[in-house]
Design a binder for this molecule. Structure first.
Ligand code: NAD
Length: 254
């Protein structure tokens, strides 16, 4: 367990997969978490699961958010400051996938993936940065991917967006250092979430086996593998870590 007692965190994409696992973990470690998601029902389910795990009803609250909407991102940060007086942690995690060769990638799909996966991180980080600068510090964490560290066939929009997230995070880390704002990126390999289920929907058994073979440790990641690292990175124990793109990949990038 890390110590997140008293911390106020926003987790985007908190209604599913990695965002849900991070929200539940942060809550167990003592943080108050705003699970923000385009899918409000998913976020509410995350809040319900937190209470099922013993959290009080106000420990995780669900909020609807479209991370591509600048005004909505600003309003969520403002509402958090109004309610809690501060924002310690912003996890810009919401993301979508698209799969297929570059020659077939439509401009619409390219724009949609860049919009959610890169611009969405920028907007959440921008307003979090302002609040943290004012308060004298904070932590920004973004979910990038191993696909942002290396080329990946069939991820022609997703990979470049995630590489952009890593560069953005390094820039924020350097700009944030003098304000005591840390910024890091998570780089998971294939991890069992609805996003990956959708990817292998045509032939789940064969698809999962193909993904497993890419991981030296011989299994896909679990959302908790990512949540464990995230809880450490946003905690004070990681106070000397900033500008890092952390693979959580069972040895894949090795
Ligand atoms: N699962 C993996 O293998 C894997 C690996 C590396 C990185 N990632 C990244 O992890 C993050 C979480 O993915 P996941 O696997 O949990 O997928 P997921 O589909 O389970 O969850 C993504 C969540 O983001 C939300 N979302 C989508 N668009 C949004 C928007 N515009 N505004 C707000 N919320 C929005 C969805 O409603 C969903 O709840 C993504 O950034 C993804 O790219 C996933």
């Amino acid at each position: 367990m890390t110590q997140l007692n008293g911390k106020i965190a926003i987790v985007t994409g908190g209604g599913s997969g990695l965002g849900r696992a991070m929200t539940l973990r942060f809550a167990r470690d003592g943080a108050r978490v705003i699970a923000a998601d385009l899918n409000e029902d998913g976020a509410q389910e995350t809040a319900r699961l937190a209470t099922e795990q013993g959290a009080s009803a106000d420990r995780v609250v669900a909020r609807k958010l479209d991370v591509t909407d600048e005004r909505a991102c600003a309003a969520l940060v403002d509402a958090t400051l109004a309610e809690h007086g501060k924002l310690d942690v912003m996890v810009a995690n919401a993301g979508i996938g698209t799969f297929g060769p570059i020659a077939d990638l439509s401009l619409d799909d390219w724009r949609r993936v860049l919009d959610v996966n890169l611009t969405g991180v920028f907007l959440c980080a921008k307003y979090a940065f302002r609040a943290m600068q004012e308060a004298g510090g904070g932590v920004i964490l973004a979910t990038a991917s191993v696909a942002g560290l290396e080329g990946t066939p069939n991820l022609g929009a997703y990979g470049p967006a995630k590489a952009g997230v890593i560069q953005l995070i390094k820039t924020i880390a350097l700009e944030g250092a003098r304000h005591n704002i840390r910024a890091n990126a998570l780089c998971p390999v294939w991890t069992t979430t609805p996003l990956v289920d959708a990817l292998v929907a045509n032939n789940p058994e064969r698809g999962m086996e193909r993904l497993r073979r890419m991981v030296p440790l011989g299994r896909l990641g679990q959302p908790e593998d990512v949540a464990n690292v995230a809880a450490f990175l946003v905690s004070d124990e990681a106070s000397f870590l900033t500008g890092v793109a952390m693979p959580i990949d069972g040895g894949h990038t090795a």
